[in-house]
Every structure is written in C-alpha cells, then in structure tokens.
Design a protein around this ligand. Structure first.
Ligand code: CA
Ligand code: CA
Ligand code: CA
Ligand code: CA
Length: 177
C-alpha cells in the first residue's frame, strides 16, 4: 500500500505524528476495551472518537480534513511551545516518529536553510511533502481525509511493526492528544 511505499522510499523506520496536546485518557488500557493486550482498529476508532481526534482536526466541521487542517495539526504537534518556530529540541522530540535522523530529510540541518537554529514557516511546511503523509492517507484521492481515512492512516502509522494491531510497547499514543 502507498503508506508503506512512502515509508520505505524515505527510509522511515518508525513514525507516529500529529495531534493536539495535553488531553487526558492516553492510557492504553482505556482504549483496549476487550483487554486483549492490543488495540484493534475498531478500538482505535472508538477511542479516537471519544477523544475527539477527528472533530478537533476538522476545524470547519465539514466532515473532511483538508490539507490546511491537516497541516495545522502537524504544526501544533511539532511546535510544542507554539512560538511559530521549530526549535532543535522540538525537532528532536518529534523526528523519530516521522522520519529517522539517518536520512538526509531527517536532519535538522537539511531544513534550516538560513542556519539560524530554528525552522520558520518557509523552512518547515507542515502540509508539504516532507512532513505530510496526507497524500498517502487520502485513499480516495479527493484531496481530503474523511474519518475512515484519517483513522486508517494514523492507525497504520502507529502500528510501527506492521502487525496489524497496536501493542503497548509501540508507543502508539505518542503525543497525538
Ligand atoms: Ca474540514
Ligand atoms: Ca517552537
Ligand atoms: Ca532557520
Ligand atoms: Ca479522501
């Protein structure tokens, strides 16, 4: 599937991106409602709905996450202190989830064109190709993510070992919420 193809072509070992910050209930057992020890895709969708994952990303409430809405989620996730720049620390806290630092695109220096030690909005484009998995998640190709596409894409991303389930040690939750 295209998600895996992109991951392979970018040398991506592991990822998990996006998400607003600081809400409760990022507890594995809460999501694993049948206590099987893994979170199925159905459990994930239910938990994500409970947390308002889709609705908070869909700012205009039209039922579709547009590319700018997706970019806004990415921006919030990467720019933890909300100052509009990605610092080296913010980069380091995030990059292993989306790209690995042993790839050129995964290095801070590759993106910091003016070498001032932070990534501004021209250097870091959260809805652009380097940081967006939008196109891979948009299975229907209509330039928007419906609920199923959003959950399917994020679930596949969280499933680092491609087992088809989320295990607790995958760090599945990251800081999506
Ligand atoms: Ca929308
Ligand atoms: Ca920042
Ligand atoms: Ca810079
Ligand atoms: Ca779509």
């Amino acid at each position: 599937m295209r998600i895996k193809t992109l991951m392979a072509s970018c040398g991506v070992a592991a990822l998990l991106a996006l998400g607003p910050v600081g809400v409760q209930a990022n507890d594995f057992k809460t999501w694993d409602t049948d206590s099987s020890g893994t979170i199925s895709s159905d459990e994930y969708a239910a938990g994500a709905d409970d947390m308002g994952l889709f609705d908070r990303a869909d700012e205009d409430r039209d039922g579709i996450i547009s590319r700018p809405e997706y970019g806004a989620v990415q921006q919030r996730t990467w720019d933890r202190d909300g100052d509009g720049f990605i610092s080296k620390d913010e980069w380091a806290g995030r990059i292993g989830n989306q790209y690995t630092e042993d790839t050129e695109i995964g290095t801070f220096a590759y993106h910091d064109d003016n070498k001032d030690g932070v990534l501004d909005s021209t250097e870091f484009d959260p809805s652009g190709e380097a940081f967006s998995l939008f196109d891979d998640w948009d299975l229907s190709g209509d330039d928007g993510l419906d609920r199923d596409e959003y959950y399917q894409g994020s679930y596949a991303m969280a499933d680092r070992n491609d087992s088809g389930e989320l295990e607790e040690d995958e760090g599945w939750f990251g800081d999506w919420f």
